[in-house]
Design a protein around this ligand. Structure first.
Ligand code: GAR
Length: 214
């Protein structure tokens, strides 16, 4: 059984979806850089160990990352999940977890890396938006994409309605990607893309939200 550590900074709805999914894995701990993160209480209510590494206590990013890595490694995880973890991580940290550090990003990467993805999607007038699960590499919001979900941008959408539509799909694809990882079905090719082992469907890597007209 794989051991997972989840990093959060806030609400923790993705973390909650992962916990509720009943994956063949042990959620060893939930760690937050924000002492006030609401997700910490949710995790504790599920009997999961929680831990805070407050970034404000460290002057340098590398110092924070070292302490964070020690906190993570104390639980000996096979997989580290960023679930709304809003700190930029240094290259040594990312390299330490190469191939076992996943992130969820609220856009169809490589479009809209960084912050305010829903606002930027609305401003750009895109008609399809979504979310991506990817392996983390030192370049922010890059790295091999495991799975994406597409949602339509609807007339009258604002940031909140669009974010809510995307979030529902985040919960689906994050659970699916982690399940694949736990089943040892994810392979990173020499070209740096993700191949899914034992999968007949060519479209397994993309989910469509039910909001599209059929
Ligand atoms: C999610 O929408 C996640 O994709 C986003 O933060 C939110 C966290 O929500 N992450 C990023 O923007 C990372 N760049 P949650 O705490 O309810 O899971």
């Amino acid at each position: 059984m794989k051991k997972i550590v989840i990093l959060i900074s806030g609400r923790g709805s993705n973390m909650q979806a992962i916990v509720a999914a009943g994956l063949p894995a042990t959620i060893a701990a939930v760690i937050s850089n924000e002492p006030s993160a609401a997700g910490l209480a949710t995790a504790a209510a599920h009997g999961i160990a929680t831990c805070v590494v407050d970034h404000r206590g460290y002057r340098e990013r590398t110092e924070f990352d070292d302490v964070l890595a020690d906190a993570i490694d104390a639980f000996g995880p096979d997989l580290v999940i960023l679930a709304g973890f809003m700190r930029i991580l240094t290259a040594p940290f990312v390299d330490r977890y190469a191939g076992r550090l996943l992130n969820i990003h609220p856009s169809l990467l490589p479009a809209f890396p960084g912050l305010h993805t829903h606002r930027r999607a609305l401003e750009a007038g895109v008609k399809v938006h979504g979310c991506s699960v990817h392996f983390v590499t030192p370049e922010l919001d890059h790295g091999p994409i495991v799975l994406q979900a597409a949602v339509p941008v609807l007339p009258g959408d604002n940031e909140d309605t669009l974010a809510a539509r995307v979030l529902e799909q985040e919960h689906r694809i994050y659970v699916q990607a982690i399940r694949w990882f736990c089943e040892d079905r994810i392979k990173i090719t020499p070209q740096g893309t993700v191949a899914l082992l034992n999968q007949k469907s060519a479209t397994a890597h993309v989910l469509l939200s039910p909001d599209f007209d059929s």
